[in-house]
Design a protein around this ligand. Sequence first.
Ligand code: GLN
Length: 403
Amino acid sequence: MTRLSNIPTEHALARSGPLRAERTLGLAESVIREMTRLAFEHGAINLSQGYPDFPAPAAIKDAAKGAIDADINQYSITWGAKTFRDALARKVSRQFGWEVDPEREVTVVCGATEGMFASMMALLNPGDEVVIFEPFYENYGPDCALTGAVPRHVALRPPDWTFSAAELEAAFNERTRAIVLNTPNNPTGKVFSRQELETIAGLCRKYDVVAITDEIYEHILYDGHEHISIATLEGMRERTVTISSLSKTYSVTGWRVGWVIAPPELTDSIRKVHDFLTVNSPAPLQEAAAAAVSFGAEYYQQLAADYTPRRNRLLGILENCGFHCYRPAGAYYIMADISAFGYVNDTEFVKHLIKNIGVAAVPGSSFYKNPEYGAQQVRFTFCKKAETLAEAERRLQKLRPGR
Ligand code: GLN
């Protein structure tokens, strides 16, 4: 029997269940964040969790300091400071030609992580099905577990991480309420093409499904690849929740400033979840965010141009050591095949990498429901200074194929 309250009763009923909610019992520590912890513990070069080790742009740091000095230190409007929402709507209009109403269609949240969670809480009932491409960013699993939604996985297959349209359609049924999309994709670096997005959009319309799209790497693109927001495709605007953040575009992952753009009715529910969960994203940092999203096009061109040599450098380092790499078209990760090294699985390999080689990566299995699918893959990030990558290269010399 499960009791509803922890307050002892006269009858002192014997507790048969744990003191914690069942919905938390299946959750494990985030593997990505665990790898960062282990990297610190063992003094390893941290190519696991995706955060830059180089400085954020001076202009936004100054704007943040200025906002604190100007005493913008109290709660903002719960769904976001007006200056920031207005500036964001202007950015989206410049970027996609998409007119967003900052009063009714924008919610500022504590990072894309809260954006995804608040959206799922706002839009899904327990038992509703959600289609999720696999491999997937690990948070989407716990997001489903906490909201009670049931994930249905559809494979993205290397080397191009494409999906079968037939397999995708087979994952849709009358219980499907949403599809989670992440483009540019973490961990694969895939950038969904217009044709692929049209296929997905067609199914969303046919089955009356919402697209919840995580576009946090929207400005980190290589080799001429173009980022397309599914919200901009015909008939999708009214059924799309678009999530992004300052974290990756402006190299401030610790600020926790993200946003959700959705039609007014969906926004109304998302704002309610957000309000009762976190009230608001940090107020002074939203002022800095207004400055950040007002940067001109050259900022984004430079960002992508700066990431290209980092990607090429890490590809070269890993391939020289015997990894087989899948070349990313966007984002800042490389999925690498480790078959050449003869390890039983990815976690054993990463343990060796962290403890004996001194470089941390993320085991591929953490991006799959069935760990076996990722047992010969690991993910490395290259959002690092040239000297960090050089030190990783020096250490990786000790790694030999076939052991
Ligand atoms: N998105 C980053 C990654 O995949 C980390 C995000 C996080 O740990 N909150 O490494």
